[in-house]
Write a protein that binds this ligand. Structure first.
Ligand code: NAD
Ligand code: ZN
Length: 247
């Protein structure tokens, strides 16, 4: 692993425009369970029952109960970990430009990154299913489930449920970032959720190096990634930042 960390630092030092694609894995060390991989929510129950748009439409009360337990409570407690902080340091060092994240936890911004594309939306905001008014989640009273808008409509998180479309701006901005970068860090994503999983493919096709950080192999490994640094995001990114400082 040490050898690959040094290689990544050298590749970063040589790169002019770096982007990162992150997934649920980067927030695992902040206490937020991912969907897939070890300890993932899919080991215990089917996220289609709370992460699919049909489930929300059919039974918002049931979905909200799960969202409060599996998202609201862990997110309220979560703080950026060394993985998020490592990416923030890479931006502060003038290396990393844009983060495209599939996460809705806001931890990249909390760590200090300033250009974060929230590809699957954000849990920090709720919106009314009737009038589309938006509310900050921390100001929403969830003692009554489902929470409601002042118009009486049901509030839903401003996130993308399965089978919903990616917001157009997130779509084109991430395509642009993937096309422009000459190195992409792909951190903590199983790379099976589409269309997000296409982002490293677009970067690769545009000539970028792809450096994957994940304790497990993914469909990108060997095909799209130049190399995989097998390990947790915090440890690996700490190592890369330290090695980069010495170059
Ligand atoms: P995923 O759950 O499908 O996969 C998680 C990946 O992280 C796996 O490949 C796993 O091996 C890896 N991983 C586990 N621990 C890690 C660590 N310490 N460091 C680095 N990697 C680690 O995640 P996904 O690809 O992001 O897709 C899941 C979808 O679920 C996304 O759309 C995301 O929006 C959503 N989701 C978000 C959150 C969040 O906001 N934090 C949490 C769960 C799910
Ligand atoms: Zn409303």
């Amino acid at each position: 692993m040490k050898e690959l960390i040094r290689r990544a630092a050298e590749d970063l030092a040589a790169a002019g425009n770096v982007a990162a694609l992150t997934g649920a894995g980067i927030s695992v060390e902040s206490g937020i369970p991912p969907f897939r991989g070890k300890g993932g929510l899919w080991e215990r129950f089917d996220p289609m029952e709370f992460a699919h748009i049909d489930a929300l439409m059919r039974d918002p009360v049931k979905v909200w109960k799960i969202l409060v337990k599996k998202m609201k409570e862990p997110l309220d407690r979560a703080k950026p970990n060394d993985g998020h902080k490592g990416l923030a340091k890479l931006e502060a060092q003038g290396k990393l430009k844009t983060i495209i994240t599939q996460n809705m936890d806001g931890l990249h911004q909390a760590a200090g990154n300033t250009d974060v594309i929230e590809y699957h939306g954000t849990f920090a905001w709720q919106r009314c299913m009737d009038c589309h008014k938006k509310y900050e989640t921390r100001k929403v009273d969830i003692s009554e489930i489902p929470p409601r808008c002042e118009c009486g409509g049901i509030l839903r998180p401003d996130i993308i449920f399965f089978d919903e479309l990616i917001p157009a701006e997130a779509m084109w901005r991430s395509r642009q970032a993937a096309t422009d970068c000459d190195l992409m860090l792909v951190v903590g994503t199983s790379a099976v959720v589409q269309p997000a999983a296409m982002i490293p493919v677009i970067a690769k096709d545009s000539g970028a190096k792809i450096v994957e950080i994940n304790p497990e192999r993914t469909p990108l490994t060997n095909k799209i990634s130049d190399y995989l640094i097998m390990g947790g995001a915090g440890e690996v990114l700490n190592g890369i930042v330290a090695a980069l400082e010495k170059i």
